[in-house]
Ligand binder design. Sequence first.
Ligand SMILES: CC(C)(COP(=O)(O)OP(=O)(O)OC[C@H]1O[C@@H](n2cnc3c(N)ncnc32)[C@H](O)[C@@H]1OP(=O)(O)O)[C@@H](O)C(=O)NCCC(=O)NCCS
Length: 222
Amino acid sequence: MGLNLEFDIRRAEQKDAAEIANLFLISSDGLATYIWRKLAKDGASLEDLGAARYARTETAFSYQNCLLATQGESIIGMAHAYEMQVARGEPETDPVLAPYAALEEPGSLYISGLAVHAPFRSRGIGAALLDCVEALAFTRAIPHLSLICFERNTRAIDFYLRLGFRVADRRPIVPHPDLHYSEGDAFLMTRTVGRVRAGKVSAPRRALASPHGASAISSTQQ
Ligand SMILES: CC(C)(COP(=O)(O)OP(=O)(O)OC[C@H]1O[C@@H](n2cnc3c(N)ncnc32)[C@H](O)[C@@H]1OP(=O)(O)O)[C@@H](O)C(=O)NCCC(=O)NCCS
């Protein structure tokens, strides 16, 4: 049976928090596992902790900053992004997390998570999610997108390079059993919003219809 390649992209709702947490476990290559394990108390599962984290409101790591790719009722991918604040608090003292704190790009729309469930990859869903993130940056007049990716996640690095991201900075990772990679660097990758492509300035191709719209974008892949 062939895959139905139609999908929608909509804003996440609070009821989606568990699915968002699940996709964060895929997108972060072990970092979410590391962070959530540190926060877990009284034997709470990582999945429950992650779901509670993304059910919150008015915080960077909220469902409110998440776009979901869907097919019918099924969630098949997500992009999570928030504006990176200029002022940071205390320097990061956890050595495992320090490289990522050092790579933050203040003033950018930071893509904190991007993932598509494996059976739905290589069909343009990841690129469509990034288009929508760029549209959000465009409407908020945020000039850059940024993200952090492991050097050893070569498929994702190639994907971002193909979509016009460039490596702006890098830090060696500090290995930990929770992390999927034990060597190589973490890359800060950035892209200008409304970027120059083949000599022309191009605005994002898709835009969200309404700030709280349910099913804002529809896309059919050939
Ligand atoms: C990185 C990731 C989000 C990309 O999502 P995706 O939906 O597969 O991305 P796209 O389909 O837009 O583009 C990826 C590929 O599809 C190809 N493609 C895009 N549209 C296509 C289409 N209509 N038909 C055939 N191929 C297509 C692209 O050329 C690209 O080639 P590749 O398979 O060699 O990589 C996904 O691979 C993923 O979830 N990976 C695991 C989590 C992860 O690493 N996240 C990034 C952390 S920084």
